[in-house]
Design a protein. Structure first.
Length: 137
């Protein structure tokens, strides 16, 4: 299993909307960055992803699971980019702010800090465990 972080602006798609999507899940679409799209292509069914509210909040707020691997993004007229389907797993009891993440020495290598504009990124298992502890999961 691999671990990831997916960013969404909460005024576009929030953790509350993801929860309402229920077990059928929701398509994670609209990614137009090649590196982020390649990360989507590497996702497998069962992989877990942190759900991060970007721009507003700037914090990890939950966990979603990949339930459908990469397919052509229905919002891409040129059929170059992919989407995946995710379902809600859990909401963090305590959101983890970017400010807090930046203060932790063992998390300094995360793309969230090093490539702040990247919307889909891998998370190594050590960082996944640290972030789970921070979020009281």
């Amino acid at each position: 299993m691999n671990f990831w972080l997916l960013k969404s602006e909460p005024d576009v798609w929030s953790i509350d909307q993801q929860i309402k999507a229920g077990t059928k899940g929701a398509v994670w679409d609209g990614v137009r960055n090649y590196q982020a799209a390649n990360n989507l292509k590497n996702m497998k069914i069962g992989d877990l992803c942190f759900f991060y509210h970007s721009n507003i909040g700037k914090e990890i707020v939950g966990v979603v699971k990949i339930i459908k691997e990469a397919f052509i993004d229905p919002t891409d007229k040129n059929k170059k980019f992919v989407a995946v389907k995710v379902k809600f797993e859990k909401q963090l009891k305590k959101p983890i702010t970017l400010e807090k993440i930046k203060k932790i020495k063992d998390l300094q290598q995360l793309p969230l800090i090093k490539q702040s504009r990247l919307s889909v990124m891998p998370i190594d298992s050590k960082s996944w465990k640290i972030l789970n502890r921070l979020g009281n999961i």
